[in-house]
Design a protein around this ligand. Structure first.
Ligand code: UD1
Ligand code: CA
Length: 487
């Protein structure tokens, strides 16, 4: 049985990005550009994928993982050369070949499926008024089918040149086009379906005789036509087909992805007050009836439960929230919070923080590598690092753990139901037992047993009548004739 495979071109440097990072690894809505192409290919049901890598090959491979086959193109001699490198990697049974660029991330699986079916002779191909190939009537398989798009501003793209019959005759690159050809608004999206054998033979005839001195994959189209082969085309909406070549185009794609992600969540029952200023990464999950206020960033592997209130002004990175959680104006990184927690405003949860359910973390509280038990409260102005806090604990305002002695970090533990007085310094390693109490302002350096009270501070001195006595003394010093107190 013959099979379908996809070749994804990702070896180019992306000169126009002016970046040390390979272009296909630049991110949109949190995911590398090429990841979207791979996703569309997978969603179109194609599981044999060869990725052509070259610039930053090791990094691209490391980012995408070993679930794909890779072909190395050591020198970037052009898109035609890149495809030629991939062919030996394909299974012998592969007849149907999809070729895509790693820098067209907006393409959908639907367009890829239409492209494949059009090449096989399905009804979608539009290749001239009659919708026929080279004069034949009825559906006939083509040797190549190009995914094209109609752009208001086609500059930079290869143009689709059609003959007197309206059939695709060739693709001409922007830099090589005549002024007349530059007027053509039908562009090559860089996505094609090929008959593998026809492609192989055309590739062997490519010559780098163009302005860039490269082996253009696009020249295959003219070669196939000269050879009397059939070439078809299908059109996809411009919203899907933009190639990302510069930072400006990256930002434009980012806007599209952001809108798509917000729409995906809204369709699933999430309220987003203003999608234009809400930044949700690809793959973030949010439960029903959660409300996301403006200026929120939900990034990486973030999951938010149902009925939460997030924002305004909140950033969640690789963080999970249960249901009914409120987070306002806060930054949470690699942390988790159980159901009904209240976080912020202005809380900072650093990696390794885990809140059980009903925990309150209030304003100006920073937690790092800290686990907090159910119903505990850290309402204001605290720093807790490397700490295990039990259930029902109250941590008074201004409490901090002194977890670092300049060399090592140490742990603090606070048992269930303990009450930590305001402005306590917990000098780690130290533990406060269940139900124990620390006096406000204490610097606790030794363990506090269960149920005990620990107070560590100077006893208060009270000098009676101090104010009146002091002002009388000051008056005497101010009398004229006294040295040192002239006005
Ligand atoms: C290419 C097409 C152009 C089309 C446009 C669509 C050619 C000659 N031109 O132009 O007709 O309108 O895409 O976006 O094909 N690559 C390699 N090895 C190379 C060169 C490129 O793997 O030697 C990869 C790049 O990493 C990139 C893709 O091929 O993912 C396209 O290359 P790029 O330089 O962006 O081509 P364009 O000039 O955009
Ligand atoms: Ca491109």
């Amino acid at each position: 049985m013959s099979s379908t495979a996809a070749v994804i071109l990702a070896a180019g440097q992306g000169k126009r990005m002016k970046s040390a990072l390979p272009k296909v690894l630049h991110r949109c809505a949190g995911a590398p550009l090429i990841a979207y192409v791979l996703e569309a290919v997978a969603a179109a049901g194609i599981d044999e994928v060869v990725i052509v890598i070259g610039t930053g090959a090791a990094l691209v491979r490391e980012t995408l993982g070993e679930g794909y086959r890779y072909a190395l193109q050591e020198q970037q001699l052009g898109t035609g050369d890149a495809v030629a490198r991939a062919l030996p990697q394909l299974q012998a049974s592969c007849r149907d070949l999809l070729v895509l660029c790693g820098d067209t991330p907006l393409l959908t699986a639907g367009s890829l499926t239409r492209l494949l079916s059009a090449r096989r002779g399905g009804h979608d191909a539009c290749n001239g008024a009659a919708g026929t190939f080279g004069g034949s009537t009825g559906p006939v398989a083509a040797d190549a089918c190009i995914l094209t798009s109609i752009f208001d501003d086609p500059s930079g793209y290869g143009r689709i040149v059609r003959d007197g019959m309206g059939l695709v005759a060739a693709i001409v690159e922007d830099g090589d086009a005549t002024p007349g050809q530059r007027e053509i608004r039908e562009i090559n999206t860089g996505t094609y379906a090929f008959d593998r054998v026809a492609l192989e033979s055309a590739l062997s005839h490519l010559r780098p005789d163009n302005r860039q001195g490269e082996y253009y994959l696009t020249d295959v189209i003219g070669l196939l036509r000269q050879d009397g082969r059939r070439v078809a085309a299908v059109t996809a909406p411009p919203a899907e087909t933009a190639g990302i070549n510069s930072r400006r185009e990256l930002a434009a794609a980012e806007r599209v992805f952001r809108q798509r992600e917000c729409e995906r969540l809204m369709d699933a029952g999430v309220t987003i007050i203003d999608p234009a200023v809400t930044y949700i990464d690809h793959g973030v999950e949010v439960g029903r009836d959660t409300v996301i206020y403006p200026f929120c960033f939900l990034e990486g592997h973030t999951r938010v439960g149902a009925d939460c209130l997030v924002g305004p002004g909140t950033r969640l990175i690789d963080t999970s929230l249960g249901s009914g959680v409120t987070v306002q104006s806060s930054l949470l990184v690699e942390s988790s919070a159980g159901d009904s927690c209240q976080i912020g405003p202005f809380a900072y949860l650093r990696p390794g923080t885990a809140l059980a359910e009903r925990v309150k973390v209030g304003d100006f509280v920073e937690l790092k590598q800290t686990q907090v038990g159910p119903g505990s409260k850290i309402p204001h102005l605290s720093y807790m690092g490397d700490t295990a806090i039990g259930a029902g604990v109250n941590v008074g305002a201004g409490t901090i753990t002194c977890n670092y002695d300049g060399v090592s970090k140490y742990r603090t533990s606070i048992g269930d139901g303990a009450f930590i007085g305001s402005n306590t310094n917990l000098v780690a390693p130290v533990s406060v037992g269940s139900g124990a109490v620390t006096g406000a302002g204490s610097t606790i350096t030794r363990d506090v047993p269960e149920g005990a009270l620990a107070v560590e501070r100077g006893r208060q001195t009270v000098v009676a009548d101090w104010r009146r006595r002091k002002s009388r003394k000051d008056d005497r010093q101010d009398r004229p004739g006294k040295i040192g107190k002239e006005p």
